[in-house]
Design a protein around this ligand. Structure first.
Ligand code: FUL
Length: 494
């Protein structure tokens, strides 16, 4: 007992030293962590535009047009799954105002189409298939409604738009995302008025109250908008995040003409984010598999190739963002064969590339381990499958190094790094070296890491020893993943 009392201060001191690093900057919520883990999902556009061959319906389309002969959510969601996507977002209502579910808010909906004799519910069918396939589901309900006679008046927001969100949230959850597009106001049918209706998109929809509905009814869903609040638009529809892409962001004040909420965002700001941004608001990269969001037969030969998708994968998911790929089922209600094949081949490449982490089994020699505690903060945590177990250093050690002895020469061309983002985005710069001809040779550098960073090397590297150097970080590190992979597709698509 006496000895125990003597040791007590040391025991307490050790326990204190082993405390986890203090979080840095804004942190992700549970819903944002779930979104980050999703990585890739598809945005499905299908409705009157599919039948009129348009991208933006005017709002006067006859519901009778919407008549798929063999709508198959199983084929569509199954193709997304084969592509490695983990979820879908259904465009439940596009700008033309046509609702794919039997809403009580307007007659302009699927129950007035011939589909299933007016008893159809596209959202319900997607929900059932997502459940069966273990895919996540989200919804896109366009705020701009070119059909509604009330659009532009306060009643549209309170009696139509918010009600539609409530119906979607109540009947088709659990949802992982609620997607709010930024195209708002302009000319339209508006119940026959056929005029231009302008709204102030930062105030008209009363976003605080509208998004309050999401928070209450779908707490697991992130809110996507041009400028968040949970996930920001990357600023282009090419599917490309900045080479440096911070998960943090500060929306501009309204008096700068760039409004928080669903307002204007300058391209490069969404693309790169802000290093010292006030909010955790990572980027989503949306891009369509075809040139258009909706199906057009003339685009059957312009479906992105698996190699092009792979390139986008590295430029979105590989830069800490998520990839949101647009799928466009045709008039029968299925994806064209071209799309299915491309998705499948893309999925196969991903599966093959990331099946084996060539760093597994390496002997790890870090220059520092937090409190010397290998068990808790050891570099071995980099090689398990857990995104949140991590290698951490002492508070004062912000530029540590790690040598990985692979024991035999291994050939790789992709490097993966991840931080434990539960402790924020910490690292600013890294470098990787390979041991070649008796010396270290720098083979890569990268900036922002965050939830995921993939470095695609310009050529294969063969080495038996690799070194990771953290070259810039304002605080000690909390790195969760280090991977070396071999991708067979070479040279990378331009
Ligand atoms: C935009 C819309 O205007 C496009 O039609 C498409 O739905 C895209 C994903 O979002 O805001």
């Amino acid at each position: 007992m006496k000895y125990f009392l003597l040791l007590l201060p040391f025991i307490t001191l050790t326990a204190f030293c082993q405390q986890a690093p203090k979080p840095y900057g804004p942190l992700p919520t549970k819903a944002q962590l779930n979104w980050q883990e999703t990585g890739m999902y598809c945005l499905i556009h299908w409705g009157p535009d599919t039948y009129t061959n348009k991208e933006w319906g005017y709002g006067d389309e006859n519901p009778k047009l919407v008549n798929p002969s063999k709508f198959s959510p199983m084929q569509i969601v199954g193709a997304a799954k084969a592509g490695g996507f983990k979820g879908i977002i259904v465009v439940a209502k596009h700008h033309d105002g046509f609702c794919l579910w039997p809403t009580k808010t307007t007659k302009h909906n699927i129950s007035n189409s011939p589909y299933k004799d007016g008893k159809g519910d596209i959202l319900k069918e997607y929900r059932e298939v997502c459940n069966k396939l273990g895919m996540k589901m989200g919804v896109y309900c366009s705020p701009w409604d070119r059909n509604s006679p009330l659009y532009g008046k306060p009643e549209y927001v309170t009696k139509v738009y918010r009600e539609q969100l409530r119906e979607l949230y109540a009947n088709y959850g659990p949802l992982f995302i609620s997607w709010h597009d930024g195209a708002n106001g302009g000319d339209g049918y508006y119940g026959g008025a056929k005029e231009v209706r302008k709204i102030d998109r930062s105030t008209y929809y009363g976003w605080d109250e509208t998004w309050g509905i999401t928070r209450k009814m779908q707490p697991g869903a992130v809110l996507f908008g041009d400028v968040g609040p949970d996930v920001r638009w990357v600023g282009n529809e090419k599917g490309i995040a900045g080479e440096t892409s911070w998960a943090t962001y500060t929306p501009h004040a309204p008096d700068e003409g760039k409004k928080p909420g669903n307002g204007y965002v300058k391209d490069y700001e969404g693309t790169e984010g802000h290093r010292d941004g006030k909010y955790w608001m990572p980027a989503e990269c949306d891009v369509a598999l075809r040139p258009g969001w909706f199906y057009h037969a003339r685009q059957d030969d312009s479906v992105k190739t698996p190699q092009a998708l792979l390139d986008l994968y590295y430029k979105s998911v590989g830069r800490g963002a998520c990839l949101d790929l647009g799928l466009a089922p045709d008039r029968t209600g299925m994806l064209n064969e071209h799309d299915v094949i491309s998705l499948k081949q893309f999925g196969n490449i991903l599966k093959e590339t990331f099946a084996v982490n060539l760093a597994k089994g390496a002997t790890l020699t870090p220059s520092n381990t937090r409190a010397g505690s290998k068990a808790t903060f050891g570099a071995a945590n980099l090689l398990d499958a857990d995104r949140y177990s991590y290698w951490a250093t002492d508070d004062k050690t912000t530029t540590p190094q790690l040598v990985l002895d692979l024991h035999q020469p291994k050939t790789f061309n992709v490097i993966r790094l991840r931080e434990n983002i539960k402790l924020g985005q910490r690292i600013e710069e890294v470098a990787v070296d390979a041991w070649q001809n008796g010396e270290w040779k720098q083979i890569a550098t990268a900036t922002s890491i965050g939830g995921n960073r993939l470095i695609r090397l310009p050529q294969d590297v063969k080495a038996s020893k690799v070194r990771l150097r953290i070259t810039k970080s304002p605080v000690c590190i909390a790195l969760s993943d280090f991977g070396l992979y071999k991708e067979k597709i070479y040279p990378p698509a331009k």
